[in-house]
Design a protein around this ligand. Structure first.
Ligand SMILES: Cc1ncc(C[n+]2csc(CCOP(=O)(O)OP(=O)(O)O)c2C)c(N)n1
Ligand SMILES: [Mg+2]
Length: 355
């Protein structure tokens, strides 16, 4: 166990969340304020993305509401030359890593150029297939080890993803090869409509690390301080050659699964309302206000700044020329197989007709 500010009973998430331990973390105000600003930007960007999807301007979108402290904490614990291996709900971490908002909009708008990050070139693109990124993260960590590089591969995944074979295989390999890889679980209590207790019978997901031969740590994923401190400790161990880490961040998915979902059909309003009281943004802002380092006027200034930043990104996204449909055939094969020729020809004709 590296650091565990909370008890380990996974069954009482509400009780865990109510144990506020902000002041036990030796974080300076500058770091907390910086984290809060990105968390707010992420939240406002997230709401904007939902509005863009509802008006047909991007495709299906997975909200990250409730996961902001996990994302920002994880990314702030990393060094820039580490590699982040995300899943689809990692907007917060990607913003900290330097992925641009318009790149995210391009991605969720169905344009592959959104994964061609101008900032963190070495980070992996979003992974939609559940858990497959876990073995990729091991491959990356293995390369670091072979090259004697002091870099760490940080893999993000959901609680449901820990039920996949890929995850078990990745943990096994990471432990046997003592790889510099850290897995961070956004344990948000749901896998689409399947609740946590029906997804896995283990009381805590970190027990899966124990089975693989290393130690995991469970933290309050709504508490930025807890996340950043714990992930940083695991990354430091991995960087020092002491093997893999697993952090289970207890959280709650405050949104629908995606814009294609309606969670009110399968979960209780009361449960959501209770979870909202543990909102990671409200908690961090309360902490800062209690220290006299945040107030309504700073909040208003921050909101205005975020809206300007988001509006610029949306305009850039909307002004990006759409790629030709035939570009979907690029970079797939050195030589296009004959069976795709008729599709290619059909698209070309269609495009000429559209002109
Ligand atoms: C290999 C694979 N199987 C099934 C799906 C369909 N699917 C999309 S999201 C999801 C649930 C994932 O839940 P979890 O890992 O808890 O992540 P969360 O969405 O809650 O953040 C499933 C089953 C998929 N994307 N990939
Ligand atoms: Mg989940």
């Amino acid at each position: 166990m590296i650091f565990n500010p909370l008890n380990n009973d996974m069954t009482s998430a509400t009780e865990l969340h109510s144990k506020r331990q902000y002041d036990t973390y030796p974080l300076d105000s500058k770091q907390l304020i910086a984290a809060y600003k990105v968390m707010r930007l992420t939240r406002l960007f997230d709401h904007k993305c939902i509005a863009l999807q509802r008006t047909g301007q991007i495709g299906t979108y997975p909200s990250c509401e409730g996961a902001e402290a996990i994302g920002v904490g994880t990314a702030q614990a990393m060094r820039s030359d580490d590699v982040f291996v995300p899943y689809y709900r990692d907007q917060a971490a990607q913003i900290v890593r330097g992925v641009q908002l318009e790149e995210m909009l391009l991605y969720w708008g169905g344009d592959e150029r959104g994964s061609d990050f101008k900032g963190p070139r070495q980070d992996m693109p979003n992974c939609i297939p559940i858990s497959t990124q876990c073995t990729h993260a091991c491959g990356i960590a293995s390369a670091f080890k072979i090259r004697h590089q002091k870099r760490v591969s940080v893999c993000s995944l959901g609680d449901g993803a820990t039920s996949k074979g890929d995850f078990a295989e990745a943990l096994n390999l990471a432990a046997v090869w003592q790889l510099p890889v850290v897995f961070v679980i956004n344990s948000n209590q749901w896998a689409i409509s399947v609740p946590r207790h029906r997804q896995c019978a283990a009381k805590q997901l970190i027990d899966k690390a124990t089975a693989a031969g290393f130690t995991g740590v469970q933290v309050d994923g709504n508490n930025f301080g807890a996340v950043v401190t714990t992930v940083a400790a695991a990354i430091a161990r991995a960087r020092a050659g002491k093997g893999p880490g697993l952090i289970e961040c207890l959280s709650y998915r405050l949104s629908d699964h995606t814009t294609a979902d309606d969670a009110s059909r399968y979960r209780q309003k009361r449960e959501l309302e209770q979870a909202r009281q543990q909102d990671p943004l409200t908690q961090l802002s309360a902490q800062l206000r209690a220290r006299g380092e945040w107030n309504d006027s700073l909040e208003a200034e921050l909101n205005a700044h975020c809206h300007r930043h988001i509006d610029r990104a949306v305009a850039n996204y909307q002004n990006t020329p759409i790629r030709s449909a035939e570009s979907m055939f690029e970079h797939l094969y050195a030589e296009r197989p004959a069976q795709l020729d008729w599709q290619f020809a059909r698209i070309k004709t269609q495009e000429l007709n559209d002109e």
